[in-house]
Structures are given as structure tokens and as C-alpha cells.
Write a protein that binds this ligand. Structure first.
Ligand code: BG6
Length: 518
């Protein structure tokens, strides 16, 4: 065996060891008649079955108020799957085998007798592991978290335990709180009946392959870590752009805005993976410790610094791909004089040894020209001595495209063939599709699998969520009584307000917009 084979084996066995297999279990979904179940959860569980990744045996129980039988629920889910499955057509034999494990428990979340009924159903399952290895997925309003866990605990289905072999687990969705205070209250409520280790807070960005690859890319390669610091990196841009407007979610969005909807969770999660120090192992707590450390190193901002470093934006009517989009203020359930931001750009500094003085620019927005999430690492320029007669040299950059066109691009200068000493930037590409084929599992598939396996690495820990809220709350407080200025509006279909460009221009930088083709 040669040396490289040896190394390969080592890598494979290390990552295998780090992965726990999912043991046979029962997944109980609260709020089962909601949108999330039909759109995301059942399609993800079906695909796990299709790919033979589901533990055997397993059971899925839907807990909801509407009257229906197992059979009617299965029929509804089957119809939804036709619409939402990422692979078509749905395979009948796989569906039939999968659907036989789905049950419905008609009950009211506020009524204890419903939980007795659930207990009787679960305790009737034939395999001991289906009765004890339980995953409770709370696809409900956060105001119901306390009630549901309290009742589960009262009937004995949920026991607070730090170190049981297969402790019951609770999966919760965002929004996790509205600010630090509400997040702390939710955490308190959940931890009354479950240990922190039993709580799996979802941020679906962490379920994306490309987001998970950030750590692999940084820490399994010899070359990047040497460059990944203030010596070599000039600044970092993280863009999470969306082509869609708020659509039918105006009511929710009026409460959230871009900062709560995207920055508090997805954007800060991506930032923490880009900036964190290497963990001592891939164990959940070690990875999460480093992410929290990074978030805690973000320089807090005074209101004056918020005014200088944060730009809000709101779209007015405009065209996206030739389609006319209404102004945010004309969207359903949006106040006609709303000052809620549909765009946010900011400059952050991470006050630690690695990143001191390196600006991190982040931006996210709705109704932008493209849907694209990417990280652009802009390296410092080469000294402009040898090619000084030419225009300003382009500085090297590395772009990690999280979606779409998943992949990476390294940009550097090259000589244009021919006599004249002409230079121009050229690119090297890595594309997931051409390297690995078009295997694009949905984030929920990975997250459900990990939560069944009890591995919390891809979920948000209590201190992570609270630290992220502290950052966001300080910014929001500085906005109180400050309406949007004229320079903070943008036409739908553009890359945000002029003020976002000014923000970078102050430091001699400019946004590098994602491209539709690579
Ligand atoms: C959700 C936000 O969490 O993420 C939405 O609530 C947003 O507003 C969505 O559209 C973006 O997710 P993705 O996976 O499409 O980038």
C-alpha cells in the first residue's frame, strides 16, 4: 500500500468513527398537518428510505388536531410528495414500504389525554427500540414548546437525562425567539423538561452539503489554513441573495425583517464556520465551542458604530427577470409605511488573533437579481512593482459557492498569450456536479438523519443562539426611532441600496456580485 492510500484510509476511518449510525426509532411530529411536514419532513424521510439510510425498523407518528385516520393522512402525504419530492416520479414500492410505518395520532396539544393516547400508540410498537428511542419534532409555534414538552414529561415519554444511551430528543425549528430575552425564556422552558444535550435546534443552512464542506475544506487541506488569517486575507464577503420577495409571508416578515429572518441564524452560522479556529475533534461540543468563540469575538457595536457599519434596505417596485415585482410596502399584510428591512449589509470585525483588522462584509436581501449564497475571500494584493505599468492588479480571491452552481472558484492573474505583457484574471473551478454527479440531498435529509442518530454537531447550541441574539439585539436597538433614509431603498431586481455600496467604498472595497454562470 502506498502512502497516499494509507492516508485515504485514515481519513475515511476517522470520519466514519465520527458518525454515529441512526438506531431504530420513532419520530413524532407535532403540528403534523402543517406545511413543513408535507413540504420538507416527509419528502426528506421518504428520500432517506429510498437511499436506504433510514434505520430499520422505524415509525413516524403525526400528532395533530384534525380528525383523520392513518390511511387518510398517508393519502394526503402521498399527494404532497408528488408535488414536493426532489426526485420524480415517486417510487411506488418504496413509498408503500415507507408509508406502512406512518401513523396518525389525533389529539389536542393542550390536552393531556392526547399524550396518553400517543403513549399507548408508541408502546404498542413491536420493537423495544421503537418504544424507547424517541425523537419529538416540534413543527409548532414556539409558544407551544413548553406545553408540549411539559405534557410529554408528565406522561413519561420524555425524561430529562444527560447520559442515557438513547435519550429522547427534541427538534425545534426557527424562529428560536424574537430577541435574547425571548430566546432565553424558550431555552428555560425547554430545559425544564429536557437536558440541553437532548435539544436539537435546526438551522437548515447547516444541513447543506456546501456549508458542511467549509470545515472540510479549511481543515483537511494543507494550503488554506496558512493563508486563512489577517496576514493574507484583505476582507471577506458573505452574500446570501434571494430573487424572491416576501410573497405571502408579509405578516411574519413585518416582525422579523432580514436581520431576524436571515442574519441571526443562517448568515452568522456561515460566518462562524468561515472564521472559527480548528476544533480539537469533530465531536459536536468541540465544533460548537469554536463556533461560539468566534461569535463572541465579533466586536460589539455602539449605536454610533451601527450607524456607520450597518445598512438597511427595503425594496420598492421593480423588475426581476422581466417580471414586475410590487414594492414591499404593497405586499399583503405589510404596513404601507413599514420601515422593516428586506435587505441588510454590514461590516463586522472579529477581534481575535487571526482576524484582527479584517473586515467581514455580510449582506442578504430579497428581490435581488439572483438567488445565490456565496463566500468570497479576497486576498491581499501582490506588491505592484513588476507590473506597475499595467492597471491595478486584480487581487486573488477564492469564492465558495454554497448555492446554486455549488462549487469553488479560485481567481488569479495570468498572462494573456502573445507578445504584449498583458495580464488578466483567470479562474480555476471546482464544481460539485462535475466532480460528484448531481447528488443534491435536501438539507432536511441530513438534519433528520443526524437528529435520529443523536449527533448534535449540525444543530445550534443554547449559547450559540443566545450569542447571535446579542449581536442582533444591539443592532436593532440602535434602529429604534430611526426610519429608513432615502439611500436605503432599492428597486426590486437590483443589488440593494446605494448605501450598501458606500459602506464598502469607505474602505476602498467593492461588492463582488455573484454571477449566474461560472
Ligand atoms: C429561511 C427564511 O430560513 O431561509 C426564508 O425564513 C429564506 O426567508 C430561506 O427564503 C432561504 O433558504 P434557502 O435554503 O432557500 O437559501
Amino acid at each position: 500500500m502506498n502512502e497516499s492510500q494509507n492516508l485515504d484510509e485514515l481519513l475515511v476511518s476517522r470520519s466514519d468513527q465520527a458518525r454515529r449510525p441512526a438506531e431504530p426509532c420513532t419520530v413524532v411530529i407535532f403540528g403534523a398537518s402543517g406545511d413543513l411536514t408535507a413540504r420538507k419532513l416527509i419528502p426528506a424521510l421518504y428520500h432517506l428510505t429510498l437511499e436506504k439510510l433510514m434505520p430499520q425498523p422505524f415509525r413516524i407518528v403525526g400528532f395533530a388536531r384534525r380528525e383523520k385516520s392513518d390511511e387518510t393522512w398517508r393519502t394526503e402525504l402521498r399527494e404532497a410528495l408528488n408535488k414536493f419530492s426532489r426526485t420524480q416520479p415517486v417510487q411506488e414500492d418504496v413509498w408503500n414500504a415507507f408509508a406502512a410505518n406512518i401513523h396518525y395520532c389525533q389529539a389536542d396539544m393542550s390536552d393531556e389525554s392526547g399524550y396518553q393516547k400517543l403513549k399507548a400508540l408508541v408502546h404498542g410498537f413491536p420493537d423495544e427500540r421503537l418504544r424507547t428511542n424517541l425523537l419529538f419534532y416540534l413543527a409548532t409555534n414556539p409558544s407551544q414548546f413548553g406545553e408540549v414538552t411539559g405534557h410529554l414529561s408528565a406522561v413519561g415519554l420524555l425524561q430529562k437525562a444527560e447520559s442515557k444511551v438513547t435519550p429522547e430528543r427534541i427538534v425545534v425549528e426557527k424562529p428560536f425567539g424574537h430577541d435574547l430575552e425571548t430566546a432565553e425564556a424558550l431555552n428555560l422552558e425547554l430545559t425544564r423538561f429536557a437536558h440541553e444535550k437532548q435539544i436539537f435546534r435546526i438551522d437548515h443552512y447547516l444541513g447543506k452539503e456546501t456549508v458542511q464542506n467549509i470545515l472540510t475544506f479549511r481543515f483537511s487541506n494543507g494550503i488554506w489554513e496558512r493563508l486563512w488569517n489577517r496576514e493574507c486575507i484583505d476582507h471577506v464577503q458573505i452574500t446570501v441573495a434571494e430573487k424572491l420577495g416576501v410573497g405571502s409571508r408579509g405578516g411574519y416578515y413585518e416582525e422579523a425583517g432580514a436581520i431576524r429572518d436571515m442574519v441571526q441564524n443562517h448568515v452568522l452560522q456561515v460566518l462562524s464556520l468561515v472564521g472559527m479556529e480548528p476544533p480539537s475533534s469533530l465531536e459536536a461540543e468541540n465544533v460548537r465551542d469554536e463556533k461560539v468563540k468566534l461569535l463572541k469575538s465579533i466586536r460589539p457595536m455602539t449605536p454610533a458604530q451601527v450607524a456607520e457599519n450597518v445598512v438597511r434596505g427595503q425594496y420598492f417596485a421593480g423588475e426581476v427577470d422581466g417580471e414586475l415585482r410590487p414594492a414591499y410596502r404593497s405586499e399583503t399584510k405589510v404596513k404601507p409605511n413599514s420601515h422593516v428591512e428586506t435587505f441588510l449589509a454590514m461590516r463586522l470585525f472579529v477581534d481575535n488573533w487571526r482576524w484582527h483588522g479584517v473586515p467581514f462584509y455580510i449582506r442578504t436581501g430579497k428581490n435581488l437579481p439572483l438567488s445565490a449564497s456565496e463566500i468570497r475571500v479576497q486576498f491581499k494584493s501582490a506588491p505592484n512593482i513588476l507590473f506597475a505599468a499595467k492597471d491595478q492588479l486584480d487581487s486573488n480571491s477564492l469564492t465558495l459557492r454554497l448555492q446554486p452552481n455549488e462549487g469553488m472558484t479560485l481567481r488569479f492573474n495570468g498572462k494573456v498569450p502573445g507578445g504584449a505583457a498583458e495580464l488578466r484574471p483567470v479562474r480555476m473551478h471546482f464544481s460539485y456536479d462535475s466532480e460528484f454527479g448531481a447528488y443534491t440531498p435536501e438539507a432536511y435529509e441530513r438534519l433528520l438523519l443526524e437528529s435520529m442518530a443523536g449527533d448534535a454537531t449540525l444543530f445550534i447550541r443554547r449559547d450559540e443562539v443566545e450569542t447571535a441574539w446579542k449581536i442582533v439585539d444591539a443592532i436593532r436597538r440602535a434602529w429604534v426611532g430611526k426610519p429608513l433614509t432615502n439611500r436605503e431603498f432599492y428597486a426590486a431586481g437590483t443589488w440593494g441600496p446605494a448605501a450598501a455600496d458606500d459602506l464598502l467604498a469607505k474602505s476602498g472595497h467593492e461588492w463582488r456580485n455573484p454571477q449566474s454562470k461560472h
